[in-house]
Design a protein around this ligand. Structure first.
Ligand code: ADP
Ligand code: MG
Length: 193
């Protein structure tokens, strides 16, 4: 993917209506360029989470098209896009399944886009999200704020070229002022800090 040449995520008149009839998104046009960091703000129920699920093909648009790195998401299985788009869910508990933080993050590193440097992916994610002190803990013994960080780390460790985070700064830990800040966005995407 070459910087500035083309949009890596492209929505054209995209809409999504849930099976029971809720129209969550209508006529959305969006271009996200390579290297771009995009923040999306909107009230509860505005359709943010739905849109992010369109990005990784978990949902297919019911109208219009969604193209990711040149691929029409309607034509591929979500598993095929998971190497390209790493999505951190709004609710970390929908994502975490190992009983140690380090295992959770290792799993991401082992199943990511990069076949080389899995240890590097693990170390990088643990450091970026500040998880060294909780590496041996069970995520479910940790606060929601920490679990969210573990979920982000497990996806960061995958090293997918597109990183999508749903509500990454919600539920900060009241005892950890540093958790009130957003993770270091520019460094999450890899490359030089
Ligand atoms: N699984 C679902 N089934 C039916 N309706 C849904 C589902 N998920 C979300 N919605 C509806 O779609 C709309 C957009 O929701 P959502 O994408 O979760 O918004 P946001 O993330 O901005 O809060 C809301 O009206 C919500 O109630
Ligand atoms: Mg949401």
């Amino acid at each position: 993917m070459e910087r500035g040449v083309d949009s890596v995520i492209r929505l054209r008149d995209a809409g999504y209506t849930y099976p029971k009839g809720v129209e969550a998104i209508r006529g959305l046009n969006l271009d996200v360029a390579v290297g771009e960091v995009l923040f999306v703000l909107g009230h509860n129920g505005a359709g943010k989470s739905t849109m992010l699920r369109l990005f990784n093909g978990l949902l297919k648009p019911t109208t219009g098209t969604v193209t990711v790195d040149g691929t029409d998401t309607a034509k591929v299985r979500p598993a095929q896009l998971s190497q390209t788009v790493g999505l951190v869910f709004q609710n970390p508990d929908a994502q975490l399944f190992r009983d140690r933080v380090s295992e959770e993050v290792s799993f991401g590193a082992q199943h990511g886009a990069g076949t080389d440097g899995t240890t590097e992916g693990f170390e990088r994610a643990m450091t970026l999200l500040g998880l060294e002190s909780v590496a041996d803990r069970n995520p479910y013994e940790l606060s929601l704020s920490w679990r969210k960080r573990v979920a982000i780390a497990s996806v960061v460790a995958m090293g997918s070229p597109i990183l999508v985070l749903d509500e990454p700064t919600r539920n900060p830990c009241p005892h950890r002022p540093d958790h009130r800040q957003a993770p270091p966005w520019s460094r999450l995407r890899g490359g030089d800090p």
